[in-house]
Ligand binder design. Structure first.
Ligand SMILES: [Zn+2]
Length: 229
Protein backbone atom coordinates (compact mmCIF):
# COMPACT_ATOMS: atom_id res chain seq x y z
CA UNK A 1 0.00 0.00 0.00
CA UNK A 2 2.61 2.53 1.13
CA UNK A 3 5.07 1.10 -1.32
CA UNK A 4 2.77 1.36 -4.35
CA UNK A 5 2.05 4.98 -3.46
CA UNK A 6 5.80 5.50 -3.32
CA UNK A 7 6.16 3.95 -6.79
CA UNK A 8 3.32 6.10 -8.13
CA UNK A 9 4.88 9.26 -6.72
CA UNK A 10 8.22 8.24 -8.18
CA UNK A 11 6.70 7.63 -11.64
CA UNK A 12 4.89 10.95 -11.51
CA UNK A 13 8.24 12.65 -10.88
CA UNK A 14 9.43 11.36 -14.23
CA UNK A 15 6.11 11.56 -16.09
CA UNK A 16 4.03 14.16 -14.28
CA UNK A 17 0.30 13.71 -14.79
CA UNK A 18 -1.32 16.98 -15.77
CA UNK A 19 -4.84 18.22 -15.23
CA UNK A 20 -6.63 17.89 -18.57
CA UNK A 21 -8.53 21.12 -17.95
CA UNK A 22 -5.81 23.53 -16.71
CA UNK A 23 -2.50 21.76 -17.35
CA UNK A 24 -1.28 21.98 -13.73
CA UNK A 25 0.48 18.95 -12.25
CA UNK A 26 -1.78 16.49 -10.44
CA UNK A 27 -1.14 14.99 -7.02
CA UNK A 28 -1.63 11.25 -6.54
CA UNK A 29 -5.13 11.60 -5.09
CA UNK A 30 -6.26 13.40 -8.28
CA UNK A 31 -7.18 11.67 -11.53
CA UNK A 32 -7.34 13.56 -14.87
CA UNK A 33 -8.85 16.71 -13.31
CA UNK A 34 -7.35 18.71 -10.42
CA UNK A 35 -9.37 19.53 -7.29
CA UNK A 36 -9.45 23.22 -8.18
CA UNK A 37 -10.89 22.58 -11.68
CA UNK A 38 -13.37 20.05 -10.27
CA UNK A 39 -14.59 22.69 -7.84
CA UNK A 40 -15.06 25.24 -10.63
CA UNK A 41 -16.72 23.05 -13.28
CA UNK A 42 -20.09 24.44 -14.44
CA UNK A 43 -22.43 21.80 -13.02
CA UNK A 44 -26.00 22.00 -14.34
CA UNK A 45 -27.71 20.02 -11.55
CA UNK A 46 -30.33 19.29 -14.20
CA UNK A 47 -30.93 15.82 -12.74
CA UNK A 48 -32.70 17.64 -9.88
CA UNK A 49 -34.92 19.65 -12.27
CA UNK A 50 -37.32 17.45 -14.26
CA UNK A 51 -38.19 20.25 -16.74
CA UNK A 52 -34.62 21.31 -17.44
CA UNK A 53 -33.30 22.62 -20.78
CA UNK A 54 -32.05 19.23 -21.97
CA UNK A 55 -35.47 17.68 -21.29
CA UNK A 56 -37.19 20.57 -23.08
CA UNK A 57 -35.15 19.84 -26.20
CA UNK A 58 -36.99 16.54 -26.56
CA UNK A 59 -40.50 17.85 -25.92
CA UNK A 60 -42.63 17.26 -29.01
CA UNK A 61 -39.89 15.15 -30.60
CA UNK A 62 -39.61 11.90 -28.64
CA UNK A 63 -40.99 10.60 -25.36
CA UNK A 64 -38.30 10.17 -22.75
CA UNK A 65 -38.78 9.72 -18.99
CA UNK A 66 -36.06 12.18 -18.06
CA UNK A 67 -33.05 13.90 -19.58
CA UNK A 68 -30.03 15.62 -18.11
CA UNK A 69 -26.41 16.59 -18.73
CA UNK A 70 -23.63 16.86 -16.16
CA UNK A 71 -21.97 20.11 -17.28
CA UNK A 72 -22.57 23.22 -19.35
CA UNK A 73 -20.50 23.31 -22.53
CA UNK A 74 -19.08 26.66 -23.61
CA UNK A 75 -16.47 27.43 -26.25
CA UNK A 76 -13.05 28.09 -24.75
CA UNK A 77 -14.07 26.66 -21.36
CA UNK A 78 -12.43 23.94 -19.31
CA UNK A 79 -15.34 21.68 -20.28
CA UNK A 80 -14.46 22.12 -23.96
CA UNK A 81 -10.86 21.19 -23.13
CA UNK A 82 -11.95 18.07 -21.26
CA UNK A 83 -14.27 17.00 -24.09
CA UNK A 84 -11.53 17.60 -26.63
CA UNK A 85 -9.08 15.47 -24.63
CA UNK A 86 -11.71 12.75 -24.29
CA UNK A 87 -12.57 12.67 -27.98
CA UNK A 88 -9.36 13.44 -29.81
CA UNK A 89 -6.41 12.89 -27.50
CA UNK A 90 -6.90 9.35 -26.32
CA UNK A 91 -7.82 10.45 -22.79
CA UNK A 92 -10.61 7.94 -22.36
CA UNK A 93 -9.98 7.85 -18.58
CA UNK A 94 -11.50 11.33 -18.16
CA UNK A 95 -14.79 9.92 -19.46
CA UNK A 96 -14.75 7.34 -16.68
CA UNK A 97 -13.84 9.96 -14.07
CA UNK A 98 -16.74 12.22 -15.13
CA UNK A 99 -19.10 9.24 -15.28
CA UNK A 100 -18.23 8.16 -11.73
CA UNK A 101 -18.78 11.69 -10.44
CA UNK A 102 -22.14 12.10 -12.14
CA UNK A 103 -23.23 8.55 -11.34
CA UNK A 104 -22.97 9.35 -7.62
CA UNK A 105 -25.32 12.33 -8.19
CA UNK A 106 -27.76 10.31 -10.28
CA UNK A 107 -28.11 7.74 -7.49
CA UNK A 108 -30.18 10.35 -5.62
CA UNK A 109 -32.85 10.40 -8.33
CA UNK A 110 -35.09 7.33 -8.70
CA UNK A 111 -35.80 7.74 -12.40
CA UNK A 112 -32.08 7.18 -13.06
CA UNK A 113 -31.03 4.97 -10.15
CA UNK A 114 -33.61 2.26 -10.90
CA UNK A 115 -32.67 1.83 -14.58
CA UNK A 116 -31.82 -1.68 -15.82
CA UNK A 117 -29.06 -0.90 -18.26
CA UNK A 118 -26.85 1.88 -19.63
CA UNK A 119 -26.50 2.16 -23.42
CA UNK A 120 -23.95 4.53 -24.96
CA UNK A 121 -24.61 6.21 -28.32
CA UNK A 122 -22.56 3.98 -30.62
CA UNK A 123 -19.87 5.10 -33.02
CA UNK A 124 -19.77 3.70 -36.52
CA UNK A 125 -17.33 0.77 -36.60
CA UNK A 126 -14.93 2.65 -38.88
CA UNK A 127 -14.79 5.59 -36.47
CA UNK A 128 -14.47 3.23 -33.50
CA UNK A 129 -11.49 1.50 -35.10
CA UNK A 130 -9.83 4.80 -35.85
CA UNK A 131 -10.32 6.24 -32.35
CA UNK A 132 -9.86 2.93 -30.54
CA UNK A 133 -12.69 3.63 -28.08
CA UNK A 134 -16.11 5.22 -27.85
CA UNK A 135 -16.02 8.33 -25.64
CA UNK A 136 -19.69 7.94 -24.66
CA UNK A 137 -19.03 4.35 -23.63
CA UNK A 138 -16.23 5.55 -21.33
CA UNK A 139 -18.66 7.91 -19.61
CA UNK A 140 -21.20 5.05 -19.46
CA UNK A 141 -18.61 2.81 -17.76
CA UNK A 142 -18.02 5.46 -15.09
CA UNK A 143 -21.76 5.85 -14.51
CA UNK A 144 -22.11 2.06 -14.38
CA UNK A 145 -19.46 1.74 -11.70
CA UNK A 146 -21.00 4.42 -9.48
CA UNK A 147 -24.59 3.25 -10.03
CA UNK A 148 -24.03 -0.52 -10.11
CA UNK A 149 -25.93 -0.81 -13.41
CA UNK A 150 -24.42 -2.67 -16.34
CA UNK A 151 -23.44 -1.24 -19.74
CA UNK A 152 -24.73 -3.01 -22.86
CA UNK A 153 -23.22 -2.05 -26.22
CA UNK A 154 -24.96 -4.80 -28.16
CA UNK A 155 -28.54 -3.51 -28.37
CA UNK A 156 -27.96 -0.28 -30.31
CA UNK A 157 -25.83 -0.11 -33.46
CA UNK A 158 -24.83 2.67 -35.81
CA UNK A 159 -25.39 1.52 -39.38
CA UNK A 160 -24.02 4.56 -41.20
CA UNK A 161 -21.17 6.87 -40.40
CA UNK A 162 -23.09 10.09 -41.31
CA UNK A 163 -19.81 12.01 -41.33
CA UNK A 164 -21.13 14.91 -43.39
CA UNK A 165 -23.94 15.97 -41.07
CA UNK A 166 -22.05 18.91 -39.56
CA UNK A 167 -22.73 21.18 -42.52
CA UNK A 168 -26.39 20.40 -42.87
CA UNK A 169 -29.39 22.26 -41.54
CA UNK A 170 -31.29 20.91 -38.56
CA UNK A 171 -34.07 19.53 -40.79
CA UNK A 172 -31.62 17.74 -43.02
CA UNK A 173 -29.70 16.50 -40.03
CA UNK A 174 -32.84 14.93 -38.68
CA UNK A 175 -33.83 13.24 -41.93
CA UNK A 176 -30.23 12.20 -42.36
CA UNK A 177 -30.11 10.75 -38.84
CA UNK A 178 -33.41 8.86 -38.88
CA UNK A 179 -32.06 5.57 -40.21
CA UNK A 180 -28.54 5.82 -38.89
CA UNK A 181 -29.26 3.73 -35.78
CA UNK A 182 -30.87 0.34 -35.37
CA UNK A 183 -31.75 -1.46 -32.13
CA UNK A 184 -32.65 -5.03 -31.18
CA UNK A 185 -34.80 -6.13 -28.24
CA UNK A 186 -32.79 -8.20 -25.77
CA UNK A 187 -32.68 -9.29 -22.14
CA UNK A 188 -36.07 -7.78 -21.23
CA UNK A 189 -34.52 -4.47 -20.30
CA UNK A 190 -37.30 -2.13 -19.23
CA UNK A 191 -35.60 1.09 -18.36
CA UNK A 192 -32.62 2.33 -20.33
CA UNK A 193 -30.19 5.16 -19.67
CA UNK A 194 -29.03 6.37 -23.08
CA UNK A 195 -25.68 8.15 -22.87
CA UNK A 196 -24.02 10.71 -25.15
CA UNK A 197 -21.00 13.01 -24.85
CA UNK A 198 -22.04 16.56 -25.81
CA UNK A 199 -25.72 17.34 -26.41
CA UNK A 200 -26.18 20.13 -28.95
CA UNK A 201 -29.26 19.78 -31.17
CA UNK A 202 -30.30 16.45 -29.67
CA UNK A 203 -30.65 14.99 -33.18
CA UNK A 204 -28.39 12.02 -32.48
CA UNK A 205 -30.18 11.16 -29.24
CA UNK A 206 -33.55 11.61 -30.90
CA UNK A 207 -32.58 9.15 -33.65
CA UNK A 208 -31.25 6.66 -31.04
CA UNK A 209 -34.42 6.98 -28.98
CA UNK A 210 -36.60 6.35 -32.05
CA UNK A 211 -34.53 3.26 -32.92
CA UNK A 212 -34.80 1.93 -29.33
CA UNK A 213 -38.56 2.58 -29.24
CA UNK A 214 -39.05 0.82 -32.57
CA UNK A 215 -37.27 -2.20 -31.07
CA UNK A 216 -39.70 -2.23 -28.11
CA UNK A 217 -37.98 -0.23 -25.38
CA UNK A 218 -40.29 2.49 -24.15
CA UNK A 219 -38.69 3.74 -20.93
CA UNK A 220 -35.70 5.81 -21.89
CA UNK A 221 -33.65 8.32 -19.92
CA UNK A 222 -31.03 10.51 -21.51
CA UNK A 223 -27.75 11.48 -19.85
CA UNK A 224 -25.07 13.61 -21.51
CA UNK A 225 -21.69 14.72 -20.26
CA UNK A 226 -22.17 18.29 -21.45
CA UNK A 227 -24.93 20.49 -22.83
CA UNK A 228 -24.55 23.38 -25.27
CA UNK A 229 -27.20 25.96 -24.30
ZN1 LIG B 1 -7.02 21.77 -13.27
Amino acid sequence: MGFSKYIKDFISLIYPQLCLACGQGLVTSENCICISCLYKLPYTNYHLQPDNKVMKQFWGRVDVLAATAFLYFKKGSSVQKLMHQLKYHNQQEVGIVLGKLYGKNLMDVDVYSNADVIVPVPLHKTRFKKRGYNQSEQFALGLAEAMDIKVDTSILLRQYASETQVNKSRYNRYTNMADVFVASYQNNYKKIILVDDTITTGATLEACTIALQKAGYNQINIVGIAFTE
